[in-house]
Write a protein that binds this ligand. Structure first.
Ligand code: FES
Ligand code: FES
Length: 135
């Protein structure tokens, strides 16, 4: 089993492990599971409500090295991005950056699903879209 150096680096030194308070209304939470293996990933974003830019991110992943590396990478990538930019992240970009083998592609899909879910959660709690004002 050949993990790439980048997978091993993120696995041994995961970035942004932890969680934010779910009750904080600048936080969006995405929780997803992989049917293929039963692994679970929680990814959270902290958003600047004025600009709609993601300022920070955290994750907790119960899963394989590739799933941990994928979520760690995503928490780094989304910082400084808008919600829409973050939601547009593709698992293929993650898989390419980490050089994931085909059997580990679903681990990167988990990370894509988790960031999308976190963005959706934030938007839902803020009136359906990032620029909506409260009625
Ligand atoms: Fe998910 Fe191995 S199958 S960690
Ligand atoms: Fe299932 Fe990686 S998330 S093996």
């Amino acid at each position: 089993m050949a993990y790439s150096d980048k997978v091993i680096d993120h696995y041994e030194n995961p970035r942004n492990v932890g969680s934010f308070d779910k009750g904080d209304d600048t936080v969006g939470t995405g929780m997803v599971g992989a049917p293929a293996c039963g692994d679970v990933m929680k990814l959270q974003i902290k958003v600047n409500p004025d600009t709609g830019v993601i300022e920070d991110a955290r994750f907790k992943t119960y899963g394989c090295g590739s799933a941990i590396a994928s979520s760690s990478l995503v928490t780094e990538w989304v910082k400084g991005k808008t919600l829409d930019e973050a939601a547009a992240l593709k698992n293929s970009q993650i898989a390419e950056e980490l050089a994931l083998p085909p059997v580990k592609i679903h681990c990167s899909i988990l990370a894509e699903d988790a960031i999308k879910a976190a963005v959706n959660d934030y938007k839902t709690r803020h009136g359906g879209n990032s620029s909506a004002t409260a009625a």
